[in-house]
Design a protein around this ligand. Structure first.
Ligand code: SF4
Length: 697
């Protein structure tokens, strides 16, 4: 057993185990050799965690209207102002916007408070920007939001296909696992318009035209059928919709040459990929934000799932579609109903039986059901003054949401903005009427769920500074101040986890995928000692690594659904006025808006400033010398970044990093440029397809 406190990294959805131990000058961290996600390894961000434990920039005390106050006054102010909004405008005028950074216990309490007791369905999370299209795709195909496989599948696969994922930078430890598989003989194909660092290890890189993923996967599906490489027996036994899906796929492209033309790919490369795919049943297709962040993100997800269902490559070792989440607890948020179109424990806000079930379990007469407003709609409702009280927890929408200027205007006009966060001066905190200091990683206890459905403990090992408190405690205190005391009486996160686990098993009977009834009776000591565990884990059962090898989907009839798809174009195309197409994403050593990683000097060395990357021919044509500054403009806003000419970019396309904010006086807020176009099913914004123009600054 490793010496020190075993906890979980607070960054990406890989969910690596971390061991923190006392060092002479503070704390040291290392990878947890016993954690199955990382087996002792950490990437640069995880390794730099000791550097971000200081109190620099921390919010240390509650403030109300700019005045520092104690917790009793702050909680009373939040409760009385929320109550006033409800009395004047009804519960629907209250909304929460929360975060994949929260622990599951925090998330659970926020949901219970707003949906169950205040009576508003309008809680959404920044996971809307991250995973919502996958959630919608999973539910259409499987009847539930479930990742069918596990990380061991990467070790067992003979072909790994990465779609819209710069895994080497965004999930480095998973990428090391992929590289190890490749060293053992597996083939690696990367599908991404950009030649990212991940492509350095690939056998094949398909730099497809942005937005053409559905055309590609439809074309591959039809071609595998022509070659007799579908598993028709498996599909006939466990799925519905194969023939209609094939018909739709064939209608789009008659042969691979037509697919290559639609996707702007070299035919020989596409043929090579198809050959590999046809001959390699042990295939994992791993996908991420390049798929999700699109106005047709749900269809892109289902195009990938269709291929796996039609070939029976699911739920068996080395086979399956695999969504990797961006955030440390995007999955945990989904488990407790953190998205506006979910209820707790994978229940459905439009299902009267689920509503009745949850109302009885929580003893929550105010739970009304119906879908709440998804992130962009929610901020539009703030702008329209339909939402009059907004509580933002652990996220920075003034930077991260599309049309960031519109979001800022909405926040400025909102009668009540409460912000609970660890950071005193984020771009969003500047709009707060009430600021509540939250405890950070290393200071609080709870659980997170990683991309393979594995629940791991985050364990506190230091006292929070100043007056900072865990988010669950803050939400629960407000619940008590509003008069809902009995329902918010927890004294420790283990009690919240137990309630969450019991709810997952409550009148479940195998009908809902999320069941952790096997953890419903954990004592506090057992919770403290909890080892990483995958769900489903029903009472009397065992943790489940893989699902669906022999059916058992969560649709009403238990059969999976293939979804007939036609490709749809991104909402905006480059034009005469905005002739370049901007993609956006992460750098290897930074995280979100850098409120934490920005504190670690060693992480700044990789990319100390934001760069606009574009093809050297475009740079020359626009008079932009490598290293000069460029003014970048879209229909919605402008930014300034230094030019990096790079043949990794397709001509006509640029790449922008998402991390810099006004708090860094950078003039490089990508959210200002991006339009609010969104997927109609998932509500996820199209963050990777923004027409822009560039000129020397
Ligand atoms: Fe943390 Fe992700 Fe790096 Fe693992 S791969 S150490 S979870 S940032």
């Amino acid at each position: 057993m490793a010496e020190g406190v075993r906890t979980t990294c607070p960054y990406c959805g890989t969910g690596c185990g971390v061991v923190a131990s006392r060092a002479r000058d503070g704390w040291a961290v290392g990878g947890d050799p016993e954690h199955p996600a990382n087996h002792g390894r950490l990437c640069s961000k995880g390794a730099a965690l000791p550097d971000v434990l200081g109190t620099e920039g921390r919010l240390l005390r509650p403030t109300v209207d700019g005045e520092t106050v104690g917790w009793p006054a702050a909680i009373a102010a939040v409760a009385s102002r929320l109550r006033a909004v409800v009395e004047e405008s009804g519960p629907d005028a209250v909304a929460f916007y929360v975060s994949g950074q929260l622990l599951t216990e925090d998330y659970y309490v926020a949901n219970k408070l707003l949906k169950g007791f205040i009576g508003s369905p309008h809680i959404d999370t920044n996971s809307r920007l991250c995973m919502a299209s996958t959630v919608a795709g999973h539910k259409r195909a499987f009847g539930a939001d479930v990742v069918p496989g596990c990380y061991e599948d990467l070790d067992e696969a003979e072909l790994i296909v990465l779609v819209g994922s710069n895994l080497a930078w965004c999930h480095p430890i998973l990428h090391r696992r992929v590289r190890a598989a490749r060293d053992r003989g597996a083939r690696l194909v990367v599908i991404d318009p950009r030649r990212s660092a991940t492509c350095d290890d690939a056998d094949l890189h398909l730099a497809l035209k942005p937005g053409s993923d559905v055309a590609l996967f439809n074309g591959l599906l039809a071609e595998l059928d022509r070659r007799g490489r579908l598993d028709r027996a498996w599909a006939a036994g466990f799925t519905r919709g194969l023939e209609a899906t094939l018909e739709a796929a064939r209608a789009e492209a008659t042969d691979l040459a037509a697919v290559a033309a639609a996707c702007d790919l070299p035919l020989d490369a596409l043929e090579g990929f198809c050959e590999l795919l046809a001959g390699t049943p042990r295939t994992v297709t791993l996908f991420s934000q390049g798929v999700n962040q699109s106005s047709s993100g749900s269809d892109k997800v289902n195009a990938i799932l269709n291929l796996h269902l039609a070939t029976g490559r699911i739920g068996r070792p080395g086979m399956g579609p695999f969504s990797v989440t961006g955030q440390p607890n995007a999955m945990g948020g989904r488990e407790v109903g953190g998205l506006a179109n979910q209820l707790a424990a994978h229940m459905d806000p439009d299902d009267p039986d689920d509503l009745d079930r949850l109302r009885r379990f929580w003893r929550a007469p105010n739970l009304r059901g119906g879908q709440g407003l998804k992130a962009l709609e929610l901020f539009e409702a703030v702008a329209a003054r339909r939402i009059r009280a907004l509580w933002i927890a652990g996220t920075n929408p003034a930077v991260s949401l599309p049309e960031a200027e519109t979001v800022r205007a909405a926040l400025a006009a909102c009668p009540l903005v409460v912000v609970s966060d660890v950071t005193a001066d984020s771009d969003t905190a500047r709009f707060a009427d009430i600021l509540l200091p939250a405890a950070a990683w290393s200071e609080k206890d709870g659980t997170v769920t990683n991309s393979e459905r594995r629940i791991s403990r985050q364990r506190g090992f230091r006292a929070p500074p100043g007056e900072a408190r865990p988010d669950w405690w803050i939400f629960a205190q407000v619940g008590r101040a509003l008069g809902y005391g009995r329902a918010f009486a927890w004294r420790h996160p283990s009690e919240i986890f137990r309630e969450h686990a019991r709810l997952s098993a409550f009148e479940n009977g195998g009908s809902r995928a999320f069941d952790i009834g096997g953890l419903a009776d954990l004592s506090r000591a057992a919770y403290d000692a909890l080892e990483p565990v995958q769900w489903p884990f029903a009472k009397g059962g065992a943790p489940t690594a893989r699902l669906f090898a022999t059916g058992g989907f969560f649709t009403p009839d238990g059969w999976a659904r293939l979804v007939p798809l036609r490709r749809s174009e991104p909402k905006e195309r480059p034009s005469f006025v905005f002739p370049l197409l901007a993609n956006s994403g992460r750098y290897r050593d930074q995280w979100h808006s850098m409120t934490r990683t920005g504190l670690a000097a060693r992480l700044a060395g990789h990319r100390p400033e934001p760069l606009v990357e574009l093809h050297p021919r475009d740079a020359a044509r626009l008079g932009l010398a490598d290293g000069s500054l460029a003014h970048i403009e879209s229909r919605h806003g402008a930014a300034v970044m230094r030019v990096a000419a790079s043949e990794a970019q397709r001509p006509g396309e640029v790449f922008l990093p998402i991390h810099w904010t006004d708090a860094y006086a950078s003039r490089a807020v990508v959210g200002r440029l991006v339009a609010g176009h969104r997927d109609p099913l998932s509500g996820q914004p199209e963050s990777k397809h923004t027409p822009v123009r560039l000129r020397p600054f």
